[in-house]
Ligand binder design. Sequence first.
Ligand SMILES: Cc1cc2nc3c(=O)[nH]c(=O)nc-3n(C[C@H](O)[C@H](O)[C@H](O)COP(=O)(O)O)c2cc1C
Length: 213
Amino acid sequence: MTLLRIDSSIQGPASSSAALADLVLEEFLAARPDEQVVTRHLGADPLPSDAWANAIHGSFTPEDQRTPAQVEALALAASLAAELQAADAVVLALPLYNFGISQHVKTWIDLVLAGAGAGTPLLTGKPVVLLTTRGGSYAPGTPREGWDHNTDYLRRILVDVWQADLTVVEREFTLVGVNPALDDFIEPAAVMKKVAEEAAAEAGQVLAGGLSR
Ligand SMILES: Cc1cc2nc3c(=O)[nH]c(=O)nc-3n(C[C@H](O)[C@H](O)[C@H](O)COP(=O)(O)O)c2cc1C
């Protein structure tokens, strides 16, 4: 079987979403050391930002009239959709930036949708673990309740469009200890970190136990 891991942090080794994905993989590979893991890093190695428009316009253009850029973009879209569809399990580390998904993640989703067809359920019943992290808190009753336009959008795509069997692990307040304005939240942030780490490790164990060999 193949596990596809996709990261998207722009923060390199300081990434808290990658740290959670590492925990999932650690537990998964401890139980299944021989499984194949395919990785893609959308933050460190971004997809070209003009590829989606080229793929869309290419799909509207008769094959023999497509520009080289359109041909290339359509091939990229098809290969990204095929990569996702070929995975038996998927681990996604997709943090919140600027109150939404990052441009890198949006480009990936747009290209997969272009490559597969917008309504194609690429992940029917397949296990997907989404690790998502946020610098602040968007919990009910907080001033920024309703401002997280990352997590619900990802649920729409992963569950409603691609029909994945989704597990979400969230960690808030990752900027506590970094941004002094959040110093009042040191204790709850430490608890949230621990809870998220435990949930990520458990998700890795469940992933390993739930897949056929
Ligand atoms: C450019 C940028 C924009 C960010 N925007 C937000 C934001 O809108 N809301 C928030 O709560 N945190 C925001 N953060 C903080 C990140 O959500 C936080 O650092 C999170 O841990 C990122 O995951 P990562 O560590 O895997 O990169 C932002 C961080 C960066 C670098």
